[in-house]
Ligand binder design. Structure first.
Ligand code: NAD
Length: 346
């Protein structure tokens, strides 16, 4: 594990197999310097244990960065269950996962993620108090992540394109799922022109019908001549193959780990494309979790997510003034915050 390229001084990594329920899981707590490690439980049929470990190490680090850049009293954690959620998920397996979380005594707070649902968290909650979604408000479909993407995009458009408001803005949205579809809704409401791609014809038809979107083939989304490209499907889509094809001025979307590697941040900058760091853009869910413990009314939650716009504006202004990329500045801010917390504990 220590030689895995994604290992980044993670505080705690727990491997567990429960023979009775069939649970095979890893919990990674990247950092608790700012608070308990918060993050989702992903259930996925990983090809092998290395792939699962790589994913949980990378995603838990991302959670630390999301919470830290938004100034939240939370750290970063994540868990993965190796298995097919449609075939292998049972109440016994979820209860075993709950016991594994309980064993960490609050170092890790588990949320839903790809392959797990709020109902699954309710089963885990029979074994541990350390789960998200404990209040009825959590069941509201508020689309907080998409709302955060919208706020980041508004700030980026203002700073980079010198435009206020999104009317007439052209946006290419890749992926029309839990993030991409409500993002299209927010953008259409504000008069943006949408070009979309998805591999699911049903999603495409819905975006055409509801938002007047123009659909393109999945591989053609990169070359669209638009103001903003919003990746909202999966990671590693900013790479040697796609970056030369981009014709957008700004990349601002909800997908996690959009850059194949950090060199691709520089590659985007060389092409004059402003990349808004993914972990800032998609931090709406973490802000929501924190806000629900303070005031869980919809206005309060969305008001808290607004901060993504302000932080984006600040970072892009500093990037424009200083010549560094937004990602370099954002990463440095996170590291400063973690270092300050580390020295305060000594
Ligand atoms: P989702 O599974 O609901 O949606 C993904 C969509 O992408 C699906 O409609 C799928 O058909 C589509 N897709 C798959 N392959 C595609 C391709 N080749 N081209 C175009 N579309 C394709 O997932 P989601 O919850 O919307 O999450 C999307 C991304 O945002 C992921 O990277 C996720 O990690 C990240 N994210 C999600 C949240 C959240 O609140 N859901 C929070 C933070 C980050």
């Amino acid at each position: 594990m220590f030689s895995n390229p994604e290992f980044d001084g993670h505080e705690t990594v727990v491997f567990s197999r429960d023979e009775v329920s069939g649970l095979t899981a890893i919990i990674a707590v990247h950092s608790t310097l700012l608070g308990p490690g918060f993050g989702g439980c992903r259930m996925f049929p990983y090809a092998d244990e290395d792939a699962a470990l790589t994913d949980v190490l990378r995603l838990s680090r991302g959670m630390t960065y999301k919470a830290a850049i938004c100034g939240l009293p939370l750290g970063g954690g994540k868990s993965v269950i190796i298995g097919d959620p449609r075939r292998d998920k049972t109440p016994e397996l979820l209860a075993a996962m709950g016991r594994l979380v309980a064993g960490l005594n609050g170092l890790y707070i588990v949320a839903d993620d790809v392959g797990t649902s709020l109902d699954d968290l309710a089963v885990m909650r029979t074994e541990t108090e350390y789960t998200a979604a404990t209040t009825p408000a959590a069941r509201r479909p508020l689309a907080v992540t998409a709302y955060g993407v919208l706020k980041a995009m508004e700030s980026a458009v203002e700073l980079v394109l010198r435009r206020s408001g999104l009317a007439g803005l052209s946006v290419a949205v890749q992926g029309l799922g839990n993030v991409g579809m409500p993002l299209c809704g927010y953008l259409a409401q504000r008069g943006a022109k949408l070009t979309v791609s998805d591999i699911d014809p049903g999603c495409i038809a819905a975006a055409q019908r509801d938002f007047g979107a123009t659909a393109v083939e999945p591989d053609d989304i990169y070359g669209q001549a638009v103001d903003v490209f919003a990746p909202c499907a999966f990671g590693a889509i900013l790479n040697d193959d796609t970056i030369p094809r981009l014709r957008a001025a700004i990349v601002c979307g909800g997908a996690n780990n959009q850059l194949l590697s950090t060199v691709h941040d520089a590659a985007l900058a060389q092409r004059g494309i402003v990349y808004v760091p993914d972990y800032l853009v998609n931090a709406g869910g973490v802000i929501d979790f924190h806000q629900e413990s303070i005031d869980d009314t919809p206005d309060a939650v969305l008001g808290a997510v607004d901060r993504i716009g302000a932080i984006t504006g600040d970072i892009l202004a500093r990037a424009a003034a200083g010549g560094e990329t937004p990602l370099t500045i954002t990463d440095a801010k996170v590291r400063q915050r973690l270092a300050a917390a580390r020295s305060a504990t000594r």
